[in-house]
Design a binder for this molecule. Structure first.
Ligand code: HEC
Length: 311
């Protein structure tokens, strides 16, 4: 669904939420009845959130998580609650998870009566039921297609029983990928991979390297890169750093190596976003370790995905 239609669909669903409550009792008095009103110019809110939540979670008054704006439906869907906020609600996966009230913190806190706080109006059972139905009816975001080929490095050179293979700059043996800068090592089961059996050490034997892949993009479109990061587990490294680049933008990621072993690499999921500036974009991962670092062991990479960000 194009973003504008998705927003309209959300607003329409929000209206749907208001209607059942309106039929439930207070509809005669328009002043007391539920209202649907835009709270900010860029967003619309259901009367549920503006009636019961806005006084504490809206505009400049933001209690709890300051990133959350209950008057902005996008923020309810996009902002991820932090781990300490979720600690008491192990089943919750977000504030509002489309189609899944039992995973929606907003529903769980309304259902158990812990929200709204304070002396203000409380939602009655009908209003609560409408909130639940609204979450149930929200369209699940379409799983976007991974634009990266062979993101887990499984498709590559024949390795037999070799546990790793050093690959030089410009080598294209790993399907879809080109080695950059220096040498890297392709690992094959010597250590635990984040996905499948193979993964990369961006330091070769020896070398300071990287990998890149090019794919079709749309100018101005945002893309989300996710990947798993760890580091060579048996060279006594404290921390490893890796850079990610695309479309003239760059970020550096770091992993603490404490507790990471060959059997338990404790792969960390990292996320980065960039905006495309051309019809094709090259994504590169390369070591960001200082020149004095151990050239035989560095940042490890696996399970790369790139998806469009439509919201
Ligand atoms: C009178 C003020 C008040 C009202 C009204 C209120 N809240 Fe809250 N809310 C708070 C405060 C204070 C916190 C932070 C402390 C906590 O988590 O209990 C909070 C925290 C939360 C949290 C979890 C922590 C976070 O910030 O992410 C959620 C979810 C939440 N509120 C949802 C709601 C919803 C949904 C409504 C409306 C049905 C609502 N609240 C109405 C005061 C309020």
């Amino acid at each position: 669904m194009p973003p504008l239609f998705r927003l309209l669909a959300l607003v329409a669903l929000a209206l749907g939420l208001a209607l059942p409550t309106a039929r439930n009792g207070q509809a005669q008095d328009p002043d007391k009845g539920p209202k649907l009103r835009p709270v900010t110019t860029t967003s619309a809110t259901t009367c549920f959130f503006c009636q019961y939540c806005a006084s504490c979670h809206c505009g400049s008054k933001r209690m709890g998580n300051k990133d959350l704006n209950a008057c902005d439906l996008r923020s309810l869907l996009d902002v991820k609650p932090t781990a300490d906020i979720l600690a008491d609600y192990p089943k919750a996966k977000g504030y509002v998870v489309p189609g899944q009230p039992e995973q929606s913190l907003v529903w769980l806190r309304v259902a158990d009566g812990s929200m709204p706080q304070g002396k203000g109006r409380k939602p009655d059972d009908a209003a609560k039921a409408a909130l639940r139905r609204w979450i149930e009816g929200l369209p699940a975001p379409k799983a976007s297609e991974n634009l990266i080929v062979n993101g887990s490095f499984e498709d590559g050179p024949e390795m037999g029983n070799d546990t790793f293979k050093a690959l030089d700059e410009d080598v294209t043996d790993i399907k879809g990928w080109v080695v950059t800068r220096g040498q890297i090592d392709l690992y094959n089961g010597l250590w635990q991979a984040a996905h499948g059996k193979r993964s990369l050490d961006l330091h070769g034997s020896p070398g300071f390297g990287g990998v890149k892949q090019e794919f079709a993009t749309k100018v101005g479109q945002k893309y989300r890169v996710t990947f798993s990061m760890s580091g060579h587990p048996s060279r006594g490294l404290d921390k490893v750093q890796m850079a990610v680049r695309a479309a003239g933008q760059k970020a550096v990621f770091e992993c603490d190596m404490a507790g990471k072993t060959e059997k338990d690499m404790k792969w960390e999921k990292k996320t980065w976003e960039f905006k495309a500036v051309g019809p094709r974009t090259t994504l590169e991962f390369h070591t960001a370790m200082p020149a004095t670092a151990d050239p035989f062991g560095g940042p490890a990479l696996d399970d790369v995905k790139v998806v469009r960000v439509d919201r």
